[in-house]
Design a protein around this ligand. Sequence first.
Ligand code: PLP
Length: 435
Amino acid sequence: MERLALRGGPPVRQRSWPAWPEVGMSDRQLVLEALDSGVWGLGGTMIPRFEEVFARYQHTAYAVAAANGTVTLEMALRAVGVGPGSEVIIPAYTFIATASVVFQVGAVPVIVDIEPDTCTIDPAAVEAAITPRTRAIIAVHVGGGPADMDRLMAIARKYHLPLIEDAAQAHGAEWRGRRLGSWGICGSFSFQSSKNLTCGEGGAIVTNDEALADYCRAYRNVGRWVGRTPPRPLVGADYRLTELQAALLLAQMERLDVQTERRNANAAYLSALLDDLNRSTGEPVALPPRRDERVTRHAYHLYLIRLRQDVWRVPLPRIVQALQAEGIPARTGYPALYHDPLWAVATGSDSGRSLAAEASRQPAVNRGQPSPVEAGQEPHWRVEGGRAPQAERAAAEVIWLPQRLLLAEQSDMHDVAEAIAKVWRHRLNVGCSSE
Ligand SMILES: Cc1ncc(COP(=O)(O)O)c(C=O)c1O
């Protein structure tokens, strides 16, 4: 009789999935070239070469490479004039960095809900959250799938607000034929090790705004101006990338399009398999990501599947555990931002108080910056409407498959669908200690 791998049965998937990152001849050659050049930091040729190639790739005039995709977001906020007293509208379903940078510049994060189909920021919620203190909107292209750029751009124009695209996961993705990051005032990318384009750690701002590019270039270089904008005093930081990282990125760029096409083809195939599963069971067992026809290219950094709680009635972490045992590297996704423990520390919400108290018991040398709680301040943040129900629902229902899985053969997608079908058949036993 068929047994769950969780209960000692044979896993559906016995072989490994493609490894990430990929390393080819050109990675080795270009890194060696950078090594031998004798210039490993700013002042070499790799960084400007990469910036030119990446700006063009993302359909923008400028790119500024930096240390990671967190500091690029911070620079973007500073570049558009966000500071103490400002409010920045952000989605409730995102990586914590989208929020932490708002605290970093002394501004107030205003969290709004997401659209259920794409898990990206809900434009109607954005508009409802605008106040006279709003200074910027950050849209996150979750998993490499675009937020609704038509509606968001219309709101940004109507209220004269800069729209910053957090495109950390969206290299090469397009909305109506135009690459993400080129729609708003600027786009922020990450090259951290899991990303579709990586050099271990790294990031970039892309923009068509020359002054913004010059500001970021100066900011990442400890406030020293090297662009066309006339110099003015600027307190910056060292957010520079190295030549070796830029060399790696140049090499990885050569493969990005082929990989993106493969991810898109496999995602389409997997979606069809999940549709078949839903049809054959007569239940909405596993809902594939909905594809808006305006999404002319998805990055599929993540493939999001919704496992409805009212259909499964099994806690998501248990389903994920069962899938992992079957050899599928699935993960649960983000909690609603205001449920993230880090968020609680930063804002001084109830659960944050115990964490902050915990921190205060540690030796001073380990404590880092005081949270607002420790500093005796009121928390400065707001959740529009008090809660973000769709983000909470996504946290409870949406699982992620990593991009590297979509680099496998088309036939390998059957293992994913079969593992979900198997765990579904045994769902009553997934939560129990024995079958
Ligand atoms: C949506 C989002 N924003 C920002 C970041 C931060 O990028 P980095 O890890 O390069 O600092 C990430 C990285 O995971 C991300 O996924």
